[in-house]
Design a protein around this ligand. Sequence first.
Ligand SMILES: [Zn+2]
Ligand SMILES: [Zn+2]
Length: 307
Amino acid sequence: MLTPPGLLLHPKHPDMITSGFTNTHRLFLQAAISRRLMTQAAALNVYSQICNVTEEQFDQDQFQDFITQLNEGLNNVELEFRQAQDEISGEAVVALTNTNGQKIAQVATGYSPTELEYFKHLLDAIIMADDEAFCISSTAALHEAGKLKNKENKALAIPKREAENLLDRFVADKWFIRSAAGAYSLSMRSLLELQTYLKETYGDQVQECTLCMEIITKGQRCEVAACSSRLHHHCASQYFKNMSNPVCPTCHSAWPGRVLIGLPDKTSAPSMIRRRRRENDVAGDREGEDGNARGEAEDDDEDEDAR
Ligand SMILES: [Zn+2]
Ligand SMILES: [Zn+2]
């Protein structure tokens, strides 16, 4: 009997998670727990290898049913496999997500309260970045570490070296992506696992793709400023596939696909951050105006962005 070690999601009720699961389910779950996010192709590969071990028949066409069965079994422990298309590559991905997504601490486990506070500041800065860039430079990310405060409004600054290590950890844990130019943006894991939190915390600042209705942080937007259309690159190519003159799905004006959301990998991230919420932060105090306060301090070391 194959009982995977380390599957201790519910130590008091171990049967809650395993009832109804075959060894194939259990082993796949175990693999997913350590990886959290896989491309669909990688997940299929894992599935096929596990079928080999458990001597179950591997059938690619059964994979969706297999995921559905897993989700039914995981329902009562607030875990769920979610599927989406990667914003950059357009590839299908599978993520094991915590469905209790209202509180960051319940989702991003394994971090101290101060580390989580830093995580939230980074989310803030990324979501609030100017011009829907949805990313921040490494300089701006480190700068955020100096702004932390606890509930009593006491400074909690994280030293630079520690902040660098933490950023590495957030990337290794697949919460953020770091581009070749050092820009931090939201990963598919964050988008899938924090969607409830992001929508509740940032409201309209979080944009949805007009076609797939999923959150969008990398893609294209309508050239008509007043139009709300935003499209993932993969959604746009699919939608415009048979159109010789692409037009906006909402306002029907021409759609050359030139205005981008999120920055392409090779450009450096913006060094300025606009904050429209959480104005009690340092930026708000300093500027003390209409919520368009710009983080002037980031300007000093702009050159570092390109490294
Ligand atoms: Zn889309
Ligand atoms: Zn439009």
